[in-house]
Design a protein around this ligand. Structure first.
Ligand code: HAM
Length: 450
Protein backbone atom coordinates (compact mmCIF):
# COMPACT_ATOMS: atom_id res chain seq x y z
CA UNK A 1 0.00 0.00 0.00
CA UNK A 2 1.25 3.49 -0.81
CA UNK A 3 2.18 5.74 2.08
CA UNK A 4 -0.79 7.95 2.92
CA UNK A 5 -0.22 11.60 2.16
CA UNK A 6 -1.75 12.77 5.44
CA UNK A 7 -1.45 11.30 8.90
CA UNK A 8 -2.63 12.22 12.39
CA UNK A 9 -0.32 14.76 14.05
CA UNK A 10 2.48 13.31 16.18
CA UNK A 11 1.23 12.10 19.55
CA UNK A 12 -2.42 11.95 18.50
CA UNK A 13 -4.49 9.00 17.36
CA UNK A 14 -7.83 8.27 15.77
CA UNK A 15 -10.25 6.60 18.13
CA UNK A 16 -11.32 3.93 15.66
CA UNK A 17 -14.58 1.97 16.08
CA UNK A 18 -12.83 -0.96 17.76
CA UNK A 19 -11.31 1.42 20.33
CA UNK A 20 -14.63 3.26 20.76
CA UNK A 21 -16.07 0.13 22.32
CA UNK A 22 -13.63 0.48 25.18
CA UNK A 23 -14.16 4.23 25.38
CA UNK A 24 -17.92 3.84 25.61
CA UNK A 25 -17.63 1.08 28.19
CA UNK A 26 -15.32 3.19 30.37
CA UNK A 27 -17.53 6.26 30.03
CA UNK A 28 -20.52 4.20 31.07
CA UNK A 29 -18.74 2.87 34.15
CA UNK A 30 -17.65 6.39 35.10
CA UNK A 31 -21.10 7.89 34.56
CA UNK A 32 -22.78 5.11 36.49
CA UNK A 33 -20.49 5.26 39.52
CA UNK A 34 -20.41 9.09 39.46
CA UNK A 35 -24.21 9.31 39.37
CA UNK A 36 -24.52 6.79 42.20
CA UNK A 37 -22.39 9.10 44.34
CA UNK A 38 -24.23 12.31 43.39
CA UNK A 39 -21.76 13.78 40.88
CA UNK A 40 -23.12 15.87 38.03
CA UNK A 41 -21.53 16.29 34.64
CA UNK A 42 -19.66 19.44 33.66
CA UNK A 43 -17.88 20.26 30.40
CA UNK A 44 -15.43 23.14 30.62
CA UNK A 45 -14.21 24.45 27.25
CA UNK A 46 -11.28 22.75 25.58
CA UNK A 47 -9.29 25.95 25.71
CA UNK A 48 -9.04 28.62 28.38
CA UNK A 49 -7.13 31.73 29.22
CA UNK A 50 -3.54 30.49 29.64
CA UNK A 51 -3.23 32.19 33.00
CA UNK A 52 -5.76 29.78 34.52
CA UNK A 53 -3.34 26.94 33.88
CA UNK A 54 -0.24 28.98 34.71
CA UNK A 55 -1.61 30.15 38.04
CA UNK A 56 -3.46 26.95 38.88
CA UNK A 57 -1.10 24.19 37.83
CA UNK A 58 2.00 26.30 38.47
CA UNK A 59 4.37 28.24 36.23
CA UNK A 60 7.33 25.99 36.95
CA UNK A 61 5.64 22.66 36.40
CA UNK A 62 6.44 20.57 33.32
CA UNK A 63 2.83 20.85 32.18
CA UNK A 64 2.95 24.63 31.99
CA UNK A 65 6.63 25.18 31.18
CA UNK A 66 6.88 22.67 28.39
CA UNK A 67 3.58 21.06 27.55
CA UNK A 68 0.93 23.75 27.06
CA UNK A 69 -0.51 23.92 23.55
CA UNK A 70 -1.01 27.58 22.76
CA UNK A 71 -4.08 28.46 20.78
CA UNK A 72 -3.89 31.38 18.46
CA UNK A 73 -6.77 32.58 16.40
CA UNK A 74 -8.72 35.57 15.40
CA UNK A 75 -10.64 35.54 18.68
CA UNK A 76 -7.50 36.68 20.46
CA UNK A 77 -7.64 39.94 18.51
CA UNK A 78 -11.27 40.75 19.11
CA UNK A 79 -12.23 43.60 21.34
CA UNK A 80 -11.88 42.98 25.05
CA UNK A 81 -9.68 39.99 24.45
CA UNK A 82 -6.79 41.93 22.99
CA UNK A 83 -4.23 40.60 25.37
CA UNK A 84 -5.83 37.22 25.86
CA UNK A 85 -3.69 34.21 25.24
CA UNK A 86 -5.30 30.82 25.20
CA UNK A 87 -4.11 27.28 25.71
CA UNK A 88 -5.72 23.88 25.15
CA UNK A 89 -6.64 22.33 28.48
CA UNK A 90 -3.91 19.98 29.76
CA UNK A 91 -6.35 18.74 32.45
CA UNK A 92 -9.78 19.58 33.88
CA UNK A 93 -9.22 20.73 37.46
CA UNK A 94 -8.13 24.33 36.85
CA UNK A 95 -10.99 24.93 34.36
CA UNK A 96 -13.56 23.38 36.70
CA UNK A 97 -12.38 25.59 39.59
CA UNK A 98 -12.57 28.62 37.30
CA UNK A 99 -16.16 27.58 36.49
CA UNK A 100 -16.97 27.16 40.21
CA UNK A 101 -15.91 30.77 40.83
CA UNK A 102 -17.40 32.19 37.62
CA UNK A 103 -20.85 30.67 38.20
CA UNK A 104 -21.00 31.39 41.93
CA UNK A 105 -21.24 27.69 42.77
CA UNK A 106 -20.45 28.45 46.41
CA UNK A 107 -24.17 29.35 46.61
CA UNK A 108 -25.09 25.73 45.84
CA UNK A 109 -25.34 23.05 48.52
CA UNK A 110 -21.76 22.00 49.34
CA UNK A 111 -19.82 20.04 48.42
CA UNK A 112 -20.34 20.55 44.71
CA UNK A 113 -19.52 17.23 43.06
CA UNK A 114 -18.86 17.26 39.34
CA UNK A 115 -17.33 14.95 36.77
CA UNK A 116 -15.98 15.49 33.27
CA UNK A 117 -14.87 13.21 30.44
CA UNK A 118 -13.02 14.34 27.34
CA UNK A 119 -9.77 15.05 25.56
CA UNK A 120 -6.85 16.90 27.16
CA UNK A 121 -3.70 18.15 25.47
CA UNK A 122 -0.07 18.13 26.53
CA UNK A 123 2.79 18.85 24.18
CA UNK A 124 4.93 16.14 25.67
CA UNK A 125 7.44 13.90 23.94
CA UNK A 126 5.22 11.09 22.65
CA UNK A 127 6.00 7.59 23.89
CA UNK A 128 4.07 4.54 25.03
CA UNK A 129 1.15 5.69 27.18
CA UNK A 130 2.05 9.35 26.71
CA UNK A 131 0.21 11.26 24.02
CA UNK A 132 -0.32 14.85 22.99
CA UNK A 133 -4.05 14.36 22.84
CA UNK A 134 -5.41 11.88 25.35
CA UNK A 135 -8.64 11.39 27.27
CA UNK A 136 -9.31 11.81 30.95
CA UNK A 137 -12.24 11.23 33.20
CA UNK A 138 -12.19 13.62 36.08
CA UNK A 139 -14.03 13.81 39.41
CA UNK A 140 -14.01 16.85 41.68
CA UNK A 141 -15.50 17.47 45.14
CA UNK A 142 -15.43 21.17 45.99
CA UNK A 143 -16.55 23.27 48.96
CA UNK A 144 -16.13 21.07 52.04
CA UNK A 145 -13.16 19.52 53.73
CA UNK A 146 -13.19 16.23 55.58
CA UNK A 147 -11.10 13.08 55.22
CA UNK A 148 -14.32 11.16 54.61
CA UNK A 149 -14.69 13.07 51.31
CA UNK A 150 -11.22 11.96 50.19
CA UNK A 151 -12.10 8.40 51.22
CA UNK A 152 -15.42 8.45 49.38
CA UNK A 153 -13.78 9.82 46.24
CA UNK A 154 -11.17 7.06 46.33
CA UNK A 155 -13.96 4.54 46.86
CA UNK A 156 -15.79 5.73 43.73
CA UNK A 157 -12.55 5.39 41.74
CA UNK A 158 -11.79 1.89 43.03
CA UNK A 159 -15.35 0.90 42.13
CA UNK A 160 -14.81 2.17 38.59
CA UNK A 161 -11.55 0.22 38.25
CA UNK A 162 -13.20 -2.86 39.74
CA UNK A 163 -16.11 -2.57 37.27
CA UNK A 164 -13.57 -2.37 34.44
CA UNK A 165 -11.85 -5.42 35.94
CA UNK A 166 -8.39 -3.85 36.27
CA UNK A 167 -8.33 -2.98 39.99
CA UNK A 168 -6.20 -6.01 40.83
CA UNK A 169 -3.52 -4.81 38.40
CA UNK A 170 -3.14 -1.50 40.26
CA UNK A 171 -1.86 -0.24 43.59
CA UNK A 172 -3.13 2.85 45.32
CA UNK A 173 -0.13 4.96 46.36
CA UNK A 174 -0.97 7.63 48.90
CA UNK A 175 0.79 10.44 50.73
CA UNK A 176 0.14 13.69 52.56
CA UNK A 177 2.29 16.63 51.47
CA UNK A 178 1.01 19.04 54.14
CA UNK A 179 -0.29 22.56 53.86
CA UNK A 180 1.20 25.23 51.62
CA UNK A 181 3.07 26.60 54.68
CA UNK A 182 4.45 23.16 55.58
CA UNK A 183 5.69 22.79 52.05
CA UNK A 184 7.30 26.20 52.00
CA UNK A 185 9.24 25.37 55.17
CA UNK A 186 10.25 22.04 53.67
CA UNK A 187 11.32 23.57 50.37
CA UNK A 188 13.52 26.04 52.28
CA UNK A 189 15.07 23.13 54.16
CA UNK A 190 15.64 21.23 50.90
CA UNK A 191 17.35 24.25 49.35
CA UNK A 192 19.59 24.57 52.42
CA UNK A 193 20.43 20.89 52.22
CA UNK A 194 21.54 21.20 48.62
CA UNK A 195 23.79 24.22 49.20
CA UNK A 196 27.23 23.09 48.07
CA UNK A 197 25.81 19.92 46.45
CA UNK A 198 24.37 21.56 43.33
CA UNK A 199 27.16 20.34 41.15
CA UNK A 200 26.41 16.72 41.98
CA UNK A 201 22.95 17.16 40.48
CA UNK A 202 22.18 16.47 36.82
CA UNK A 203 21.46 19.66 34.87
CA UNK A 204 17.68 19.30 34.79
CA UNK A 205 17.49 18.77 38.53
CA UNK A 206 19.83 21.68 39.16
CA UNK A 207 17.34 23.98 37.48
CA UNK A 208 14.47 22.26 39.31
CA UNK A 209 16.22 23.05 42.56
CA UNK A 210 15.83 26.72 41.68
CA UNK A 211 12.26 26.63 40.37
CA UNK A 212 10.46 23.68 41.99
CA UNK A 213 12.67 21.74 44.42
CA UNK A 214 9.85 19.40 45.43
CA UNK A 215 10.17 17.77 42.01
CA UNK A 216 13.58 16.43 43.06
CA UNK A 217 11.74 13.92 45.25
CA UNK A 218 10.33 12.03 42.28
CA UNK A 219 13.33 12.61 40.03
CA UNK A 220 14.22 9.64 37.85
CA UNK A 221 17.92 10.55 38.02
CA UNK A 222 20.01 8.12 40.01
CA UNK A 223 22.45 10.79 41.29
CA UNK A 224 19.53 12.82 42.61
CA UNK A 225 17.95 9.79 44.24
CA UNK A 226 21.16 9.00 46.10
CA UNK A 227 21.42 12.58 47.43
CA UNK A 228 17.73 12.70 48.34
CA UNK A 229 18.17 9.70 50.63
CA UNK A 230 19.98 11.91 53.15
CA UNK A 231 17.87 15.03 52.60
CA UNK A 232 15.28 16.17 55.16
CA UNK A 233 11.97 14.37 54.82
CA UNK A 234 8.69 16.09 54.05
CA UNK A 235 6.98 14.15 56.85
CA UNK A 236 9.17 15.99 59.40
CA UNK A 237 7.53 19.25 58.32
CA UNK A 238 3.89 18.25 58.42
CA UNK A 239 1.72 20.04 60.97
CA UNK A 240 -0.47 18.15 63.41
CA UNK A 241 -3.64 18.82 61.44
CA UNK A 242 -2.20 17.25 58.28
CA UNK A 243 -0.93 14.22 60.19
CA UNK A 244 -4.28 13.75 61.88
CA UNK A 245 -6.13 14.24 58.57
CA UNK A 246 -3.96 11.60 56.91
CA UNK A 247 -4.31 9.09 59.74
CA UNK A 248 -8.10 9.47 59.68
CA UNK A 249 -8.20 9.09 55.90
CA UNK A 250 -6.16 5.87 56.06
CA UNK A 251 -8.47 4.60 58.78
CA UNK A 252 -11.51 5.33 56.59
CA UNK A 253 -9.91 3.57 53.62
CA UNK A 254 -9.43 0.50 55.78
CA UNK A 255 -13.07 0.72 56.87
CA UNK A 256 -14.06 0.74 53.20
CA UNK A 257 -11.81 -2.24 52.49
CA UNK A 258 -9.49 -0.29 50.18
CA UNK A 259 -5.86 -1.44 50.08
CA UNK A 260 -3.18 1.26 49.85
CA UNK A 261 0.58 1.74 49.92
CA UNK A 262 1.89 4.69 51.92
CA UNK A 263 4.43 6.43 49.70
CA UNK A 264 6.28 9.34 51.33
CA UNK A 265 8.04 10.10 48.02
CA UNK A 266 4.81 10.79 46.14
CA UNK A 267 4.53 14.52 45.40
CA UNK A 268 2.69 14.79 42.03
CA UNK A 269 3.65 17.13 39.22
CA UNK A 270 1.08 19.89 39.74
CA UNK A 271 1.53 22.77 42.20
CA UNK A 272 -2.03 23.08 43.46
CA UNK A 273 -1.95 20.07 45.75
CA UNK A 274 -2.20 20.34 49.53
CA UNK A 275 -2.24 17.46 52.00
CA UNK A 276 -3.71 14.33 50.34
CA UNK A 277 -2.08 13.14 47.11
CA UNK A 278 -2.57 9.74 45.54
CA UNK A 279 -2.01 7.77 42.35
CA UNK A 280 -3.00 4.41 40.96
CA UNK A 281 0.13 2.65 39.71
CA UNK A 282 0.58 -0.23 37.39
CA UNK A 283 1.75 -2.99 39.73
CA UNK A 284 4.33 -4.22 37.29
CA UNK A 285 5.89 -1.05 35.85
CA UNK A 286 5.38 1.55 38.57
CA UNK A 287 4.90 5.30 38.47
CA UNK A 288 5.79 5.97 34.85
CA UNK A 289 2.45 4.70 33.78
CA UNK A 290 0.08 5.79 36.51
CA UNK A 291 -3.44 5.22 35.26
CA UNK A 292 -4.64 8.13 37.33
CA UNK A 293 -3.84 10.57 40.07
CA UNK A 294 -5.36 13.21 42.26
CA UNK A 295 -5.45 14.90 45.60
CA UNK A 296 -6.55 17.92 47.62
CA UNK A 297 -6.29 21.43 46.23
CA UNK A 298 -7.39 23.62 49.13
CA UNK A 299 -5.70 26.77 47.79
CA UNK A 300 -6.65 26.59 44.12
CA UNK A 301 -10.03 28.33 44.12
CA UNK A 302 -8.60 31.29 45.98
CA UNK A 303 -5.69 31.42 43.55
CA UNK A 304 -8.24 31.75 40.74
CA UNK A 305 -10.02 34.67 42.41
CA UNK A 306 -12.59 32.90 44.61
CA UNK A 307 -13.02 32.75 48.38
CA UNK A 308 -10.85 30.18 50.18
CA UNK A 309 -12.54 26.90 49.27
CA UNK A 310 -11.26 23.35 49.77
CA UNK A 311 -11.42 20.68 47.09
CA UNK A 312 -10.33 17.16 46.29
CA UNK A 313 -10.34 15.37 42.94
CA UNK A 314 -8.90 12.78 40.63
CA UNK A 315 -8.32 12.16 36.93
CA UNK A 316 -7.87 8.81 35.19
CA UNK A 317 -6.11 8.38 31.83
CA UNK A 318 -8.49 6.55 29.50
CA UNK A 319 -5.85 5.34 27.00
CA UNK A 320 -3.87 3.76 29.83
CA UNK A 321 -7.00 2.16 31.23
CA UNK A 322 -7.80 0.69 27.81
CA UNK A 323 -4.27 -0.68 27.63
CA UNK A 324 -4.78 -2.42 30.98
CA UNK A 325 -8.15 -3.82 29.97
CA UNK A 326 -6.64 -5.32 26.84
CA UNK A 327 -3.67 -6.71 28.78
CA UNK A 328 -6.08 -8.28 31.26
CA UNK A 329 -8.09 -9.78 28.39
CA UNK A 330 -11.19 -7.75 29.25
CA UNK A 331 -13.52 -7.53 26.28
CA UNK A 332 -15.57 -4.38 26.04
CA UNK A 333 -19.15 -5.43 25.40
CA UNK A 334 -20.67 -3.53 22.52
CA UNK A 335 -23.77 -3.32 20.42
CA UNK A 336 -22.13 -3.00 17.03
CA UNK A 337 -23.27 -6.41 15.78
CA UNK A 338 -25.20 -6.67 12.51
CA UNK A 339 -28.41 -8.66 12.97
CA UNK A 340 -29.75 -8.60 9.44
CA UNK A 341 -28.20 -8.09 6.05
CA UNK A 342 -30.74 -7.31 3.34
CA UNK A 343 -29.81 -8.28 -0.23
CA UNK A 344 -31.89 -7.48 -3.30
CA UNK A 345 -31.96 -7.72 -7.05
CA UNK A 346 -34.02 -5.63 -9.48
CA UNK A 347 -35.65 -2.22 -9.18
CA UNK A 348 -38.90 -3.50 -7.62
CA UNK A 349 -37.04 -5.52 -4.98
CA UNK A 350 -34.80 -2.56 -4.27
CA UNK A 351 -37.76 -0.33 -3.49
CA UNK A 352 -39.38 -2.93 -1.27
CA UNK A 353 -36.10 -3.47 0.57
CA UNK A 354 -35.62 0.22 1.16
CA UNK A 355 -38.83 0.21 3.17
CA UNK A 356 -38.09 -3.17 4.79
CA UNK A 357 -34.69 -1.94 6.02
CA UNK A 358 -36.28 1.16 7.55
CA UNK A 359 -38.99 -0.95 9.28
CA UNK A 360 -36.46 -3.45 10.65
CA UNK A 361 -34.31 -0.64 12.07
CA UNK A 362 -37.35 1.01 13.62
CA UNK A 363 -38.07 -2.27 15.43
CA UNK A 364 -34.61 -2.16 17.04
CA UNK A 365 -32.95 -4.62 14.67
CA UNK A 366 -29.45 -3.70 13.51
CA UNK A 367 -29.79 -3.82 9.77
CA UNK A 368 -27.48 -3.09 6.88
CA UNK A 369 -28.46 -3.45 3.28
CA UNK A 370 -26.66 -3.61 -0.01
CA UNK A 371 -28.67 -1.37 -2.24
CA UNK A 372 -26.15 -1.40 -5.06
CA UNK A 373 -26.36 -3.44 -8.25
CA UNK A 374 -24.10 -6.35 -7.25
CA UNK A 375 -25.13 -9.97 -7.84
CA UNK A 376 -26.89 -11.83 -5.03
CA UNK A 377 -23.83 -14.03 -4.67
CA UNK A 378 -21.49 -11.13 -4.02
CA UNK A 379 -24.05 -9.57 -1.70
CA UNK A 380 -23.99 -12.80 0.32
CA UNK A 381 -20.21 -12.58 0.56
CA UNK A 382 -20.69 -9.08 1.93
CA UNK A 383 -23.24 -10.34 4.48
CA UNK A 384 -20.58 -12.80 5.61
CA UNK A 385 -17.97 -10.07 5.99
CA UNK A 386 -20.38 -7.97 8.04
CA UNK A 387 -20.84 -11.06 10.25
CA UNK A 388 -24.60 -10.67 9.98
CA UNK A 389 -26.64 -13.24 11.87
CA UNK A 390 -29.25 -13.55 9.16
CA UNK A 391 -29.65 -12.38 5.58
CA UNK A 392 -32.89 -11.56 3.80
CA UNK A 393 -32.80 -11.97 0.03
CA UNK A 394 -35.33 -10.46 -2.30
CA UNK A 395 -34.98 -11.16 -6.01
CA UNK A 396 -37.36 -10.63 -8.92
CA UNK A 397 -39.02 -14.02 -8.42
CA UNK A 398 -39.63 -13.47 -4.73
CA UNK A 399 -41.22 -10.08 -5.42
CA UNK A 400 -43.62 -11.76 -7.83
CA UNK A 401 -44.42 -14.57 -5.40
CA UNK A 402 -44.65 -12.17 -2.41
CA UNK A 403 -42.03 -14.18 -0.55
CA UNK A 404 -38.52 -13.56 0.72
CA UNK A 405 -35.53 -15.83 1.38
CA UNK A 406 -34.32 -16.03 4.96
CA UNK A 407 -30.77 -17.30 5.37
CA UNK A 408 -29.15 -18.31 8.64
CA UNK A 409 -25.59 -17.16 8.01
CA UNK A 410 -23.92 -19.35 10.64
CA UNK A 411 -25.70 -22.54 9.57
CA UNK A 412 -25.62 -21.70 5.86
CA UNK A 413 -29.27 -22.78 5.57
CA UNK A 414 -32.01 -20.86 3.86
CA UNK A 415 -35.72 -21.09 3.16
CA UNK A 416 -38.31 -19.15 1.25
CA UNK A 417 -41.07 -17.73 3.46
CA UNK A 418 -44.00 -15.32 2.96
CA UNK A 419 -43.00 -11.66 2.87
CA UNK A 420 -45.92 -10.78 5.05
CA UNK A 421 -44.99 -11.15 8.72
CA UNK A 422 -41.25 -11.18 8.00
CA UNK A 423 -40.47 -8.59 10.68
CA UNK A 424 -42.28 -10.59 13.36
CA UNK A 425 -40.39 -13.68 12.19
CA UNK A 426 -37.03 -11.89 12.54
CA UNK A 427 -37.96 -10.56 15.99
CA UNK A 428 -38.81 -14.11 17.04
CA UNK A 429 -35.47 -15.42 15.77
CA UNK A 430 -33.40 -12.72 17.42
CA UNK A 431 -35.38 -12.68 20.65
CA UNK A 432 -37.36 -9.68 21.88
CA UNK A 433 -34.80 -8.94 24.61
CA UNK A 434 -32.01 -8.52 22.08
CA UNK A 435 -33.68 -5.67 20.23
CA UNK A 436 -32.00 -2.29 20.38
CA UNK A 437 -35.07 -0.31 21.28
CA UNK A 438 -33.51 2.63 23.06
CA UNK A 439 -35.20 5.83 21.98
CA UNK A 440 -34.93 9.45 23.00
CA UNK A 441 -38.27 9.07 24.74
CA UNK A 442 -36.52 7.00 27.43
CA UNK A 443 -34.84 10.17 28.60
CA UNK A 444 -38.02 11.26 30.36
CA UNK A 445 -38.08 8.19 32.52
CA UNK A 446 -34.49 7.07 32.65
CA UNK A 447 -30.99 8.51 32.66
CA UNK A 448 -29.53 10.20 29.61
CA UNK A 449 -26.92 8.35 27.66
CA UNK A 450 -24.93 10.52 25.27
P1 HAM B 1 -2.31 13.99 36.11
O1 HAM B 1 -1.58 13.04 37.00
O2 HAM B 1 -1.51 15.04 35.44
O3 HAM B 1 -3.44 14.66 37.03
O4 HAM B 1 -3.11 13.20 35.02
C1 HAM B 1 -4.02 12.17 35.38
C2 HAM B 1 -3.85 10.98 34.47
O5 HAM B 1 -4.02 11.36 33.11
C3 HAM B 1 -2.48 10.34 34.49
O6 HAM B 1 -2.35 9.46 35.60
C4 HAM B 1 -2.47 9.58 33.18
O7 HAM B 1 -3.16 8.35 33.28
C5 HAM B 1 -3.25 10.50 32.28
N1 HAM B 1 -2.30 11.29 31.46
C6 HAM B 1 -1.66 12.42 31.80
N2 HAM B 1 -0.89 12.84 30.79
C7 HAM B 1 -1.03 11.96 29.79
C8 HAM B 1 -0.49 11.84 28.47
N3 HAM B 1 0.36 12.75 27.97
N4 HAM B 1 -0.88 10.78 27.70
C9 HAM B 1 -1.75 9.86 28.18
N5 HAM B 1 -2.29 9.92 29.42
C10 HAM B 1 -1.94 10.96 30.21
C11 HAM B 1 -4.33 15.60 36.58
O8 HAM B 1 -4.52 15.85 35.43
C12 HAM B 1 -5.12 16.26 37.70
N6 HAM B 1 -6.00 17.24 37.09
C13 HAM B 1 -5.90 15.23 38.49
C14 HAM B 1 -6.74 15.88 39.56
C15 HAM B 1 -8.08 16.09 39.51
N7 HAM B 1 -6.29 16.36 40.71
C16 HAM B 1 -7.30 16.89 41.38
N8 HAM B 1 -8.39 16.75 40.63
Amino acid sequence: MAEPQYRTPKGTHDVLPEEQRYMTYIKKAVRHRARQAGYKRIDPPMFEDRRIFERGIGEHTDIVEKELFNVSGKSADTEGEKNASFALRPEFTAGICRAYVEHGMQQLPQPVQVFAIGPCFRHDRPQKGRYRQFHQFDLEVIGLKDPSLDAQLIHVITNIFADLRILDRLTLQINNIGTAENRKAYVDALRDFFIGKERQLPELDRSRLKTNPLRLLDSKEEDTQILIKNAPKLTQFLDEESKQFHATLLDYLTTLGIAYVENPGLVRGLDYYTQTVFEFWDQSTGAQNAVGGGGRFDGLIELLGGKPTPGVGFAGGIERIIWHMKEAGVQAPHKDQVDIFVAQLGPEAKKTCLKLIADLREKGIHTVGALGEASLKSQMRLADKFEAKFALLLGKMEVKRETIILRDMAKGQQKEIPFEGIIEKVVELLGEKNLDTYTLRDQFTGPTDD
